[in-house]
Ligand binder design. Structure first.
Ligand code: UGA
Length: 422
């Protein structure tokens, strides 16, 4: 199949490389030539383990261009993978989705033959048949499902393990309203041996949001219970190990700590809240999920103050800046509200991360950045563990005050050690 991918961010880069690996010809499109130059030479524009190798291996089936017209003309399926940021009120900002749809529509106006447009970006339910369809029809003068197809095919990738998530998915969700688009997606995923759900497009869009909202709910629930367990001297991990063994519940995403960050959970939960509010059914559970997630990282600083009541002038180490291990992404990282709180208390922050220092430095240019995790531990008056990088397991925390937000068992040798929920 000949596939164009609009947007070479996280979703586009991973999706395109995986489709190439499956034997398809893939054209990546972006407005940033530098990203395309990287792809052309087998380098991923985002950090994701294994992605450089996958691009390099499939270079003969990959091209990259800023020319949207050419990419759409030369392919029969286009995946929209552009970003969907938030508006200030938490609702989804569809600006990039709409402009991509208009661009595709312009080309479809002149293009003969069937073309399927698939929305892979995370969009609230109703977007594909609403804004996307209107923009495509207005720009092309053609009618969806008669002259071209529309589909929704949400991704369920986790940063850091995205390739494994694509090639061994729990399920593939295909939202299609016309048989030809359904057929295109079914044949694209033909070799996959997992449940494949074919549903209406708004259902596919909703499955994505509800999956993320439920996982975020599990985490905030684990944190709320974890806070209670700590007051009772119970190990919350032991409690959830037992709870998760109930097949109706499942053990995943019950790790309590300082809450969820990243580009998906915080944004998607807020967008779902905004959609529900606009629909006149303001959600109570989802609002609490966000509320718990906002206070949880601050508990780390409160615990620190039990041992160092006055943080003014103290050197506090923030160990781990990315929103989770194996990524350089700091979007909504819990290290951000923690750093804010430390600075408010007058502390001097010394930070370290294996990959995310440069991005963090742009937010906090005046903080000190340690050359290594060992250096941070040596020079800090107290250490806050904010991301569970594997290499932090191997460090020597002897004699330090350690407040652990992510459960790094090795850190328990500190002279004072406290976990946020244990
Ligand atoms: C998340 C979902 O897990 C993916 O299924 C989804 O496709 C993706 O969003 C998306 O919508 O694109 P991701 O944001 O990459 O993936 O990362 P996660 O591994 O889900 O972690 C999110 C946050 O939750 C991290 O800050 C992590 O530390 C935190 N977390 C995760 C916990 O605090 N406890 C847990 O038990 C699990």
């Amino acid at each position: 199949m000949k596939i164009s991918i609009l947007g070479t961010g996280y979703v586009g880069a991973v999706t395109g490389a995986c489709f190439a690996e499956l034997g398809n010809d893939v054209v990546f499109v972006d407005i940033y030539p530098a990203k395309l130059d990287m792809i052309r030479t087998g380098r991923s524009p985002i950090f994701e383990p294994g992605l450089d190798e996958l691009l390099t291996k499939n270079l003969d089936r990959i091209s990259a261009t800023t020319d949207t017209d050419m990419a759409i003309r030369e392919t029969s399926v286009t995946f929209i993978c552009v970003g969907t940021p938030s508006n200030p009120d938490g609702s989804i900002d569809l600006r990039f989705i709409e402009s991509a749809s208009r661009d595709i529509g312009q080309v479809l106006k002149e293009k003969d033959g069937w073309h399927t447009v698939v929305v892979k970006s995370t969009v609230v339910s109703g977007t594909t048949l609403g804004s996307v369809r209107s923009a495509l029809e207005a720009a092309s003068g053609k009618v969806a499902f008669r002259d071209f197809g529309l589909a929704s095919n949400p991704e369920f990738l986790k940063e850091g393990s995205a390739l494994a998530d694509v090639f061994s998915p729990d399920r593939i969700v295909i939202g299609a309203e016309d048989p030809r688009s359904q057929e295109v997606l079914e044949s694209l995923y033909d070799s996959f041996d997992c449940p494949k759900l074919v549903v209406a497009i708004p259902v596919a869009e909703m499955i994505k949001y509800v999956s993320n909202a439920f996982l975020a709910t599990k985490i905030s629930f684990a944190n709320e219970i974890g806070n209670l367990c700590k007051t009772m001297g119970l190990d919350t991990a032991e409690v959830f190990a037992g709870v998760g063994l109930d097949a109706r519940i499942n053990p995943a995403f019950f790790r309590s700590g300082i809450g969820f960050g990243g580009s998906c959970f915080p944004k998607d939960v807020r967008a779902l809240i905004a959609q529900a509010e606009a629909a006149g059914v303001p959600p109570k559970i989802l609002s609490s999920v966000v509320a718990v997630n906002e206070v949880q990282p601050l508990r780390l600083v409160a615990l620190l103050k039990k041992h160092l009541p006055d943080l003014k002038g103290k050197r506090i180490g923030v160990l781990g800046l990315s929103f989770k291990p194996d990524t350089d992404d700091i979007r909504e990282s819990r290290a951000i509200p923690i750093t804010e709180e430390l600075l408010k208390e007058g502390a001097s922050v010394i930070a370290y991360d294996p990959l995310a220092i440069e991005s963090f430095r742009r937010l906090y240019p005046d903080s000190t950045y340690a050359a290594s995790a060992e250096d941070l531990i040596k020079t800090a008056d107290a250490v806050l563990l904010t991301t569970e990088w594997k290499e932090f397991e191997a460090l020597d925390y002897t004699g330090k005050i350690v407040i652990d937000g992510r459960r790094v068992p090795k850190a328990a040798v500190g002279s004072i050690y406290e976990g946020v929920c244990w």
